[in-house]
Design a protein around this ligand. Structure first.
Ligand code: ADP
Ligand code: ADP
Length: 227
């Protein structure tokens, strides 16, 4: 587990013509679940991608567990990201998709990797799908696999980028509960990005509101929406 600290984090595109993230500072505590909410284009995804090391900041700093990971080439950060489009490898089975991240990030034996994949598959209720390929799965099942692939690594930090946007309303409710259950159970520091206010209100310990790349408010959902 780890604290995530953003200090004046900034991202410009097009030689500064676009300021996607405008000097954002906040801290997500060890084991905390923070949702980041705001309309499309407000900089949510860019913020997450910088924390994940997929995008290089223009200014400011990022620390995870006290370690400076601002530079994209910094020590390999122990984060797992869950995407809206699942980002599963289409030619690999569910088992291979889940094990792949493990092989990349740990030096476990093959037997141990298998044990962890199966344990996680049970937790996500996808143990019957382990030999299937992504195109044989429904959207909800794909997202369960994507979550399983993130969980199996036991990362320091979970990053969720609108993971439920492609699901229908009923599935969204189910998966929301699933994600909260997992987060409670594992206590992994989580940052969850969404444009859905209701989702943001109900899911996080705290809520951060972003507008035009600027952090407007951070607080408990009840306090934030009273203002
Ligand atoms: P959100 O996730 O809240 O929808 P984004 O972080 O994707 O917002 O985008 C924030 C702003 O940065 C938007 O104006 C978007 O068009 C711009 N942007 C994002 N990525 C790029 C890029 N690679 N090149 C230029 N502009 C970008
Ligand atoms: P882009 O800049 O095009 O969004 P990314 O660097 O985010 O590209 O990732 C390239 C592709 O690989 C995307 O489809 C992304 O969803 C996927 N991807 C990124 N990270 C992972 C990961 N840890 N596991 C599986 N797929 C990933």
């Amino acid at each position: 587990m780890a604290t995530v600290t953003l200090d004046n984090l900034r991202k410009e595109f097009d030689n500064g013509r676009i300021v996607a993230v405008d000097d954002v500072s906040f801290e997500v505590e060890d084991g905390e679940f923070v949702t980041v909410v705001g309309p499309s284009g407000c900089g949510k995804s860019t913020t997450l991608r910088m924390i994940a090391g997929l995008e290089s900041p223009t200014g400011g700093s990022i620390r995870i567990g006290g370690e400076d990971v601002t530079d994209v080439h910094a020590r390999k950060r122990d984060v797992a990201m869950v995407f809206q489009n699942y980002a599963l490898y289409p030619h690999k089975t569910v088992r291979q998709n889940m094990a792949f991240g493990l092989r990349m990030s740990t030096d476990l034996s093959k037997a141990e990797r298998n044990r962890r994949v199966e344990e996680t598959a049970e937790m996500m209720d996808i143990e019957d799908l382990l030999d299937d390929k992504p195109n044989e799965l429904s959207g909800g099942q794909k997202q369960r696999v994507a979550l399983g692939r993130a969980i199996v690594r036991e990362p320091d930090v979970f990053l969720f980028d609108e993971p439920l946007s492609n699901l229908d309303a009923k599935l969204r409710t189910t998966m929301r509960t699933e994600i909260q259950r997992i987060q409670n159970e594992l206590g992994i520091t989580s940052i969850y990005v969404t444009h859905d206010q209701e989702e943001a209100m109900t899911m996080g310990d705290r809520l951060a509101i972003l507008k035009d790349g600027i952090l407007q408010q951070v607080g408990k959902p009840k306090d934030v929406y009273e203002n």
